[in-house]
Each structure stands twice: as C-alpha cells, then as structure tokens.
Write a protein that binds this ligand. Structure first.
Ligand code: DAH
Length: 333
C-alpha cells in the first residue's frame, strides 16, 4: 500500500479527465478512477494494514483525493453535455435569413385568390354562395344526382370511401354537385347559387392532377329557365373573368344529373381551346330528389375545376407546385 503514490495518482487522474473529449471516455474514466477496481478503492482496502493514527490521516487524504476526482468528473460532464448540445443545435439550425428581408405582409394562397375572385364575380351577378360537407353520403354524391346504383357512371369517379356505416355508404365527395341537392333541400326556388369547395379522388398526383382539388358548382332553379340562359350565363362569366377576347363553345356531352348535358370550352387569344366545365339542364330526377316539382321548376347547372383556372391565369405548368408550400414560389402570386 505504501508504494501507491496518491499525489501523482491524483495528478494523472486530473490530466486524464481534462483530456476526455466525449461522454463515453468520461464514463470509462469514472469507473476506472472511482469504481471497484480503482486505485482509490484499493488504497481504502489497504487502510486496515495501518495503525490507528496512520489510518486516520491516510483515510482523510484518500477521501479528499476521491472528492477532487469526483468533482472534476462532474464538472467535466456538465461541460461535455453543453458542448454536445450546442453542436447539435448548430447542426439543426435552419437558415431563415432568406425570409427575413424586412417586414412582409402575407397574402392569400393563389387558390384562395381564385376562389374569392369567382365568388365576387358571381355575387356581382346576383348569386348566393353555399357550402356542403366534404364527407358525404352515397345518396347526395351519387344517388340523388341520378347515378343509378352500380351504374358504370359511378366509376367515372375514383371514389375514396370512408370506413363508416354500411360499406360504401360514406365517402369523400368526388365533386361539388352534391351541394346542389343540399341547396334544394334547404331553400325554396328561385335558386341562384354557387358552391365552391374541396373535392377528393384517388388520383396519383402529377402535373395536372391532385387527389385533393377544388371545384366550383353553380345551380340555377327558377320558372322557365332554358338552355339559352345557361349559354348566356357562361358567356358573360367568361368575358368577365377572362376578358372580352375569349370565345366560348358548348359541345354535347353526358352527365347523369343533367339532360341535355354539354362540355363548355373557351378559346384563348392564341387560338387554342381549353375544356373548362361540365354543364347542362338539371335532370327532372335531380329536381325531384331535391324535393322540387319538375313540372313547375327548371334549371341549369355547371361545375368546373378551380385549380386549373389558377394555373392558367398565372402561367403555372405544374399543379403540384401550388401545394408544396414553398414560400418563395407562392409569394410570386
Ligand atoms: N360534377 C362534374 C364533375 O365533377 C362536373 C359537372 C358537370 C357539374 C355537369 C355540373 C354539371 O353541375 O351540370 O365532373
């Protein structure tokens, strides 16, 4: 025992602790210097060989040395933990200075702008704005719109069903047309209403499709409404929204909820045609489903995709860009 030189052991220990660069090394040192096989423990065991006086003074020295080693390990540990945290913070730092060129007011998303512009336009033409639920029942989304049960027309829509109630009874609405039914259920004609909203289909996202997108629906029900009213409304909408230089056309088409049905296109100043909307005269079965007498009332409806309007207006060629939410991209519009 007497040949253990505690003073130089202390110095060596302090040097080793000071040199530790990480917590793992420090923990190893901790058990080497203070654990069962440490010099300190050994020295304590050997105390029994000494006489009472020597044992007291040697014991005191050992304890002091042990305390010093302990203290140093503790403060080294604190230092290493702090260092580790600041390295981590530095690594996780995000450079936000790009966004910080002075005070900037935010603005609405380009889809919201398009949505509100359309609302303003139709409100200016005397229409009201209505909304319906995004989670719909099978009846409003299909049945009431004259899609017979298990009719292939239902497959036109890649429907996302919600696991609720009977199988395939609840779904994420595939279009805004069910809101037509809800409006007829809730208000007496005359009805002049638009219904903007979010719709869902199990589509894979690409430059022109998203599984979540937006439509705006229009429904007019009154006495003596004819196809000419529909054509005239689409015509005035087009020149108000796009400008006088845009020309419209209607092509025969098919939708279960309108009869006759048409596809509505606009011609851009460069001469190319853009397919914009589906439209037609509200089918008598749909009026009946909405609780109205087709002998008394007639109406027209149309519905189109809002996202595509936004793309066209701003010359954006990839729909996905709108939803990546890159501030630098969106702040252009
Ligand atoms: N709901 C149709 C769709 O999503 C669009 C549509 C076509 C709406 C004709 C109408 C309409 O109101 O009359 O493809």
């Amino acid at each position: 025992m007497k040949n253990i030189d505690l003073d130089s052991h202390l110095i060596e220990s302090l040097v080793a602790i000071e040199a530790a660069r990480d917590l793992e090394t420090l923990n190893t040192l901790d058990s080497e210097l203070l654990g069962k096989k440490s010099v300190i423990t050994l020295a304590k065991k050997n105390l029994s060989d000494l006489d009472a006086d020597e044992r007291r003074s040697k014991g005191k020295q050992i304890n002091e040395i042990r305390d010093q080693i302990k203290d140093l390990i503790a403060s080294k540990r604190t230092a290493l933990v702090e260092e580790h945290q600041s390295v981590q913070l530095e690594n996780e730092r995000l450079d936000l200075t790009e966004l910080d060129s002075g005070f900037r007011l935010g603005h609405h998303h380009v889809i919201t702008q398009t949505w509100e512009r359309l609302e303003d336009l139709f409100v200016g033409m005397g229409y009201t704005v209505s909304e319906g639920p995004e989670i719909e029942d099978e009846w409003h989304n299909f049945g009431a719109l004259n899609f017979p049960l298990s009719h292939p027309a239902r497959d036109m829509y890649d429907t996302l069903y919600v696991d609720y109630g009977e199988p395939q009874s609840t779904l994420l609405r595939t279009h805004t047309s069910p809101v037509q039914i809800r409006v007829m259920e809730n208000q007496e004609p005359p009805i002049y209403s638009i219904m903007p909203g979010r719709v869902f289909r199990s589509d894979t996202a690409d430059a022109t499709h998203m599984p979540v997108f937006h439509q705006i629906e229009a429904l007019v029900v009154d006495r003596g409404i004819t196809f000419a009213d529909l054509a005239g409304t689409l015509e005035s909408f087009t020149s108000a929204y796009f400008g006088e230089e845009f020309v419209t056309r209607l092509r025969p088409s098919y939708f279960p909820f309108t009869e006759p049905s048409a596809e509505f296109d606009i011609r851009r100043p460069d001469g190319t045609w853009l397919e914009l909307a589906g439209c037609g005269m509200v089918h008598p079965n749909v009026l009946r489903a909405g609780g109205l007498d087709p002998e008394e009332w007639s109406g027209f409806a149309f519905g189109f995709g809002l996202d595509r309007l936004a793309l066209m207006r701003h010359g954006i060629d990839d729909l996905r860009e709108l939803f990546r939410n890159d501030y630098r991209f969106l702040s252009q519009f």
